[in-house]
Design a protein around this ligand. Structure first.
Ligand SMILES: [Zn+2]
Length: 310
């Protein structure tokens, strides 16, 4: 079921009321009340709803390994003794004609307070079986591991769309042996998630129109086949994925590597190009890990960018 967009324009207070009623009725777990959103708006011909997989705290050294902690705290507006920064996980639901499209599937159940995507979708009136297409920015755990539950696809009626380079990288049978010991388990779980959708998968390449009005932007570096998307309408809406993870840091320092960038130099080039394109085109941006609901704009500033929360 997909509730009409007019009814989806729920503000947080009303949502909490509706969520509380569903919790009281035993439909949703209590933890859903800690979730942000859903946040809905219209963009061109698309009905966009930012849902939530939850959030958790990440250590400052993951944001950037070289920067001094005090510099990161200043950029993030954190207290002098802060050791972590709050990070959201916000998949995006887009309704276009008869399609109900989900961008990324979250962490999967039971990951440190995240893994809440299915509950969040239900508060938005969307059952997992109503999703017609799942489209991925990349195959890291926090974007992919909500794909299977107990070995079965959660979005059972959906086709799954993955960038060819990303699929080929992660499904390589030799990959676990090439990875450091500490990452082997992660790679094996990722491979199991991808194997579970291999009969439902469609590959795309950067530059493709993956759905009418939704274009694939090549933003490699965070992972080898990482992509972002632009939705047509107005000046455009860019779904950044993890090309820009922490806006207060990386708009000002686009060339810094994020701790989980596989290739920091390439990620920096992709980040700068994406922010440049968004700033010069005055495009709206939506960041998966940005302060909820993740909407913002980039303004060019002296060789870098200013993050304007929208
Ligand atoms: Zn991520």
């Amino acid at each position: 079921m997909f509730i009409a967009p007019q009814t989806l324009r729920i503000d947080r207070r009303k949502f909490l009321g509706a969520g509380a009623a569903l919790v009281a009725a035993g439909v949703l777990p209590k933890s859903v009340l800690a979730l942000s959103g859903p946040h809905s708006f219209k963009h061109g011909n698309f009905d966009v709803t930012v849902v939530s997989d939850g959030s958790f705290e990440i250590p400052l050294e993951i944001i950037n390994k070289e920067a001094k902690p005090e510099d990161l705290r200043a950029l993030l507006g954190l207290a002098a003794d802060a050791k972590t920064n709050h990070m959201e996980f916000s998949p995006v639901l887009v309704k276009s004609g008869s399609d109900v499209i989900l961008f990324d599937t979250g962490n999967g159940v039971g990951n440190n307070g995240a893994g809440m995507l299915v509950e969040s979708l239900k508060t938005a009136g969307v059952e997992p079986g109503a999703i017609t297409k799942v489209i991925y920015t990349h195959a890291h755990p926090d974007h992919l591991w909500g794909t299977l539950k107990d070995g079965k696809p959660v979005f059972a009626n959906a086709s799954h769309h993955v960038a060819e380079a990303e699929w080929n990288f992660w499904t390589n049978p030799d990959l676990p042996s090439k990875m450091p010991e500490a990452m082997k388990g992660m790679v094996q779980t990722t491979q199991a998630q991808l194997a579970g959708i291999k009969d439902k998968v469609a590959m795309f390449k950067p530059g493709a129109e993956v759905v009418p009005g939704i274009n694939v932007i090549d933003t490699p570096g965070h992972t080898p086949g990482h992509v972002s998307f632009e939705l047509a309408g107005g000046d455009g809406l860019v779904l950044t994925g993890d090309a820009v993870t922490v806006p207060k840091v990386f708009f000002a320092h686009p060339d810094w590597a994020f701790g989980f960038d596989a290739d920091g130099a390439t990620a920096g080039k992709s980040r700068r190009a994406l922010l440049d394109m968004a700033a010069s085109g005055k495009k709206l941006m939506l960041g998966y890990h940005w302060p909820y609901p993740g909407l913002g704009r980039a303004e060019a500033n002296d060789g870098a960018f200013v993050y304007v929360q929208a």
